[in-house]
Design a protein around this ligand. Structure first.
Ligand SMILES: [Ca+2]
Ligand SMILES: [Ca+2]
Length: 483
């Protein structure tokens, strides 16, 4: 297998119920999309596998070949697939790429193919690539007499069966090398079922258009467990569609050529830069990613994702920090989203924001990312050293504490002034200045703030004890007098 140029990307769509012992919030979750990647040629390597970029720019000329299996009559008209791919999926890619790419082309067929549904199902337990290559070659041959394949650069086959009965699987074949009579060979082709959902089709086009890889844990997926453990809901190449169809995170947008180097701020570990980071899903202005390389094949990407447009159904919003290790094979987590809230297993709350966890620190690599200020479409982020990240945390905690004590005391002019100053310095990334400002006042510690309540409680308790004693004492005294 090693050294072969063939690759298979498999994308499954299954209904999976995670086992109850899984993450508490996830165990009831029904995933309608699960995705599996299978790479016969790929073993773990010491080199980056993702350095080669395939920019996906402009019109994607696509031919969709409909093939009718011997035992499954087709049930959908060509028009359905034209609408799905050239309107809906194309619109998605147009929107997510900011008009950089779209899908157009033709649907041909239905061609009767000399294959059965059972063969598709059985192929999964045999030499799958061999079967799929033969299947695709036959489909291309059937269409070849009508179609001029040289007019297209993207190729799709859809068979007549439903995905639930055909193994819940869609495929994108890499390297099948299928000949045509139009002077071109097809080196990548997508094979789907007649009722593949929108998200599956979008995901599959991610493989087909840009050579993107699946981002879930392949082992967990095979075990039919919740597998979106590396990226959660933050990219459509993960297999988490609880939040409808998310867009792409920075890594994939950069790979697709949608974010040029001019919109990426590169800094080295140990350096500090204050970056106004425009949300990656909003427009094409400003800096949209911070990249910090830790070795030739490892780096961090920080980006801002806001609940807007296609991302409006995301579970949270904020700064997303991703660690890329290009030496890790896909299916094992070459890209991992860092969790702003590691106390919960889910990555739904992985976004760093000013109101929640605001600072990511990697002490080992001397890197931290600090959200210092947010606005409607951008975040002010300080990319800095681990030490300054710790300082930022201290300043952030102090500001929060002052804020709290002001709220408790209703109003305190001195402290309000201090708070304003400390916050302004913090926003500039001057964490020392922020702490120095706070040092001018003596914000009560949380213990001290609790004290008055304890005192009041103690006083009340004392009163409850003393009052009856005094009352009884008085009564006795008056009784003695009477006696
Ligand atoms: Ca032809
Ligand atoms: Ca979490």
């Amino acid at each position: 297998m090693q050294g072969a140029n063939t690759k298979i990307v498999l994308c499954r769509n299954q209904t999976i119920k995670s086992k109850p012992k899984m993450h508490s919030k996830l165990h009831l979750l029904v995933l309608s999309v699960g995705l599996l990647i299978f790479l016969p040629a790929l073993a773990p390597t010491t080199q980056g596998q993702f350095t080669e970029r395939q920019a996906v720019i402009g019109e994607q000329r696509t031919i969709v070949i409909l093939v009718e299996l011997k035992d499954v009559p087709q049930f959908r008209e060509k028009e359905y697939f034209k609408d799905l791919i050239f309107n809906r999926v194309s619109d998605y890619y147009r929107q997510v790429s900011n008009n950089l790419t779209w899908i157009s082309g033709d649907v041909v067929g239905w061609y009767p193919i000399n294959r059965t549904l059972q063969e598709i199902v059985d192929a999964r337990s045999g030499d799958l690539f061999k079967f799929l290559k033969a299947f695709a070659t036959e489909a291309v041959m059937l269409a070849d007499r009508d179609a001029d394949f040289s007019k297209y650069n993207k190729f799709v086959i859809i068979h007549s069966a439903r995905r639930a009965v055909s193994g819940n699987t869609s495929y994108t074949l890499y390297g099948p090398d299928i000949p045509t009579n139009d002077g071109i060979k097809i080196d990548r082709i997508q094979i789907g079922a007649s009722d593949d959902s929108f998200i599956v089709t979008v995901h599959e086009f991610g493989h087909n258009l840009g050579g993107l890889v699946d981002l879930y844990d392949a082992r967990l997926f095979r075990e039919r467990r919740y597998s979106s453990v590396f990226v959660g809901p933050w990219d459509v190449m993960s297999n988490d569609n609880r939040y409808k169809t998310p867009t792409f995170f920075a890594w994939n947008r950069i790979r697709l050529g949608w974010i040029p180097d001019s919109r990426i701020k590169d800094i080295k570990p140990g350096e500090t830069a204050q970056v106004n980071l425009t949300a990656i899903n909003i427009g094409t202005q400003g800096i949209q990613a911070i990249r910090v390389r830790t070795s030739p094949f490892t780096y961090y990407l920080a980006e801002v994702r806001l609940k807007r447009g296609l991302d409006s159904t995301l579970p949270s919003e904020g700064m997303i920090v991703t660690y890329i290790n290009e030496t890790v094979p896909f299916g094992r987590g070459p890209a991992r989203v860092m969790d702003a809230n590691p106390a919960t297993a889910t990555l739904d709350d992985a976004a760093f924001s000013i109101s929640g966890n605001t600072i990511y620190v990697d002490a080992q690599n001397d890197i931290s990312f600090v959200v210092t200020k947010t606005s409607a479409i951008s975040y002010l982020v300080s990319a800095t050293t681990a030490q300054r990240g710790a300082l930022a945390q201290k300043a952030h905690d102090s500001i929060r504490s002052v804020n709290q004590s002001i709220a408790e005391r209703k109003s305190d002019q001195d402290m309000l002034t201090v708070l304003k100053e400390a916050t302004a310095e913090y926003e500039k990334g001057n964490f020392e200045g922020s702490l120095a400002a706070i040092g001018k006042v003596d914000p009560p510690s949380s213990q001290e703030q609790q004290l008055p309540q304890i005192v009041i409680f103690a006083q009340l308790a004392l009163l409850l004890v003393i009052l009856p004693v005094v009352y009884l004492g008085l009564r006795r005294k008056s009784a003695t007098k009477e006696g």
